[in-house]
Design a protein around this ligand. Sequence first.
Ligand SMILES: [Zn+2]
Length: 86
Amino acid sequence: MRVRVPDNCLGLDAAGGRRYDARHGIVDVDPIDVPAISRSYAGQIGLIVQSVSFASAPGRTCACGFSAFAWQEKCPRCGRKLKEEA
Ligand SMILES: [Zn+2]
Protein backbone atom coordinates (compact mmCIF):
# COMPACT_ATOMS: atom_id res chain seq x y z
CA MET A 1 0.00 0.00 0.00
CA ARG A 2 1.22 3.46 -0.79
CA VAL A 3 0.96 6.01 1.93
CA ARG A 4 1.32 9.70 1.37
CA VAL A 5 3.38 11.55 3.94
CA PRO A 6 4.53 15.17 4.18
CA ASP A 7 7.64 15.99 2.18
CA ASN A 8 9.62 16.57 5.35
CA CYS A 9 8.72 13.16 6.72
CA LEU A 10 11.70 10.86 6.31
CA GLY A 11 10.02 7.60 7.12
CA LEU A 12 7.51 5.68 9.13
CA ASP A 13 8.19 3.31 11.97
CA ALA A 14 6.31 0.04 11.91
CA ALA A 15 5.85 -2.65 14.50
CA GLY A 16 8.79 -4.86 15.37
CA GLY A 17 11.38 -2.19 14.72
CA ARG A 18 10.90 -2.14 10.99
CA ARG A 19 11.18 1.19 9.33
CA TYR A 20 10.00 2.44 6.00
CA ASP A 21 11.92 5.18 4.27
CA ALA A 22 9.86 7.85 2.62
CA ARG A 23 10.77 8.92 -0.85
CA HIS A 24 9.21 11.98 -2.39
CA GLY A 25 6.40 11.93 0.13
CA ILE A 26 5.39 8.37 -0.66
CA VAL A 27 5.98 5.30 1.44
CA ASP A 28 5.26 1.77 0.32
CA VAL A 29 3.89 0.01 3.35
CA ASP A 30 2.91 -3.58 3.88
CA PRO A 31 -0.82 -3.53 4.68
CA ILE A 32 -0.23 -5.48 7.87
CA ASP A 33 1.81 -2.57 9.21
CA VAL A 34 -0.84 0.05 8.59
CA PRO A 35 -2.63 -0.32 11.93
CA ALA A 36 0.62 0.03 13.85
CA ILE A 37 1.70 3.03 11.86
CA SER A 38 -1.64 4.74 12.27
CA ARG A 39 -1.25 4.30 16.03
CA SER A 40 2.30 5.61 15.94
CA TYR A 41 3.45 9.12 16.69
CA ALA A 42 3.08 10.16 13.09
CA GLY A 43 -0.40 8.76 12.91
CA GLN A 44 -1.45 10.34 16.15
CA ILE A 45 -0.39 13.82 15.16
CA GLY A 46 -2.25 13.44 11.91
CA LEU A 47 0.65 13.35 9.48
CA ILE A 48 -0.70 10.31 7.74
CA VAL A 49 -4.39 10.95 8.10
CA GLN A 50 -4.80 10.26 4.42
CA SER A 51 -3.30 6.83 4.72
CA VAL A 52 -5.67 6.00 7.55
CA SER A 53 -8.66 6.86 5.44
CA PHE A 54 -7.08 4.97 2.59
CA ALA A 55 -6.75 1.93 4.81
CA SER A 56 -10.45 1.90 5.52
CA ALA A 57 -11.57 2.77 2.01
CA PRO A 58 -11.02 0.87 -1.20
CA GLY A 59 -8.63 2.31 -3.70
CA ARG A 60 -9.57 3.25 -7.20
CA THR A 61 -8.24 1.54 -10.25
CA CYS A 62 -8.15 3.42 -13.51
CA ALA A 63 -9.01 1.88 -16.85
CA CYS A 64 -5.33 2.32 -17.73
CA GLY A 65 -4.38 0.04 -14.83
CA PHE A 66 -3.07 2.66 -12.46
CA SER A 67 -3.97 2.05 -8.83
CA ALA A 68 -4.93 5.38 -7.40
CA PHE A 69 -5.71 6.48 -3.89
CA ALA A 70 -9.33 6.31 -2.81
CA TRP A 71 -9.49 10.07 -2.50
CA GLN A 72 -8.13 10.81 -5.95
CA GLU A 73 -10.72 11.82 -8.47
CA LYS A 74 -8.51 11.86 -11.51
CA CYS A 75 -5.90 9.36 -12.62
CA PRO A 76 -2.43 10.86 -12.07
CA ARG A 77 -1.10 8.87 -15.00
CA CYS A 78 -3.62 9.40 -17.78
CA GLY A 79 -5.95 12.06 -16.43
CA ARG A 80 -9.12 10.04 -16.76
CA LYS A 81 -11.80 10.52 -14.17
CA LEU A 82 -11.76 7.69 -11.64
CA LYS A 83 -14.87 5.86 -10.63
CA GLU A 84 -15.58 5.02 -7.04
CA GLU A 85 -15.34 1.30 -6.45
CA ALA A 86 -17.90 -0.49 -4.39
ZN1 LIG B 1 -5.35 6.15 -15.90
